[in-house]
Design a binder for this molecule. Sequence first.
Ligand code: CP
Length: 319
Amino acid sequence: MNAGQPPHSTRRHVLDLDDFTPDEFEEVFSQTDAMAEILSRPIAQVPTLRGVAVVNAFYETSTRTRISFEQAAKALSANVINFTAQTSAVVKGESLVDTVRTLEALGCDIVVMRHAMSGAPYLVARHFHGPVLNAGDGQHAHPTQGLLDIYTMRRHLGQIQGLKVVIIGDIVHSRVARSNLWGLTKLGAHVILCGPPTLVGPAAYWQAVFPRVTVSYRLEEAIAGADVVMMLRLQKERQEGGLLPTLREYTRTFGMTMERLAKAAPHALVMHPGPMNEGVEIDSDVAVCAQSVIEEQVTNGVAIRMALLYMLAGQRAAV
Ligand code: CP
């Protein structure tokens, strides 16, 4: 067997984690374990997706997600086509739907899409015959990031049920936070959202969708006894938009230091989806401390994306 057991999932797209069942998470994580084993081999490549054309359509910048999707597709021997808006007919005014029709006419089998507009991958999924994977859309969703984050927690801490996971920072504008919220709450974690009120919003806003979620505007209170401490990138635009007095003020109140981290459980994992602003939301020594799994998150992203490409490719014949 070159990859995991043949997938049972009948899923066609991965657009967010809101429609995943607990069994489906388990199936993805089991396939990911098998893919991680492949990646540990001296020659980390199998012929599973030979002849399958995967297009990485990135309309917004990316380092981790784009490269790991490319690594994942190549490890499965797929043909990889990298597409950026800046170097395509998009700059001549071609619409997203026209681009999708063009990719289809060129024989592309699977589309991986990042787009600054929330919902763009959903539009693509309506017009493309094959599977679509959302690699991050606006402020809406980043499902493969959510999966790799939860997989990393599971590897270190066992079951997700009952874990106390604190997500700190600009929650309101974060697609990573939203996808993690779907996945973590479906698997039974207690999630605490922490940051300044302007970047977290009111508790009622989140609890209308995620009843088990708690909101805290006090970092020390939020991280007490936490199993996972996840910082989010703070974007400079938030200060320019009047949501923060200064970045220095944010760092003083919500920046993660070793002293603050000591209030979490001794086994607590330090996580960050990247890219990091070291010295703003996380101190450099926290980013590389023994509890940090930030680099492992990136590594696990390749196996997660291999698992998803494998599982979705199995659905191509059914579409
Ligand atoms: N975590 C994440 O999405 O990083 P990139 O923007 O580098 O892909």
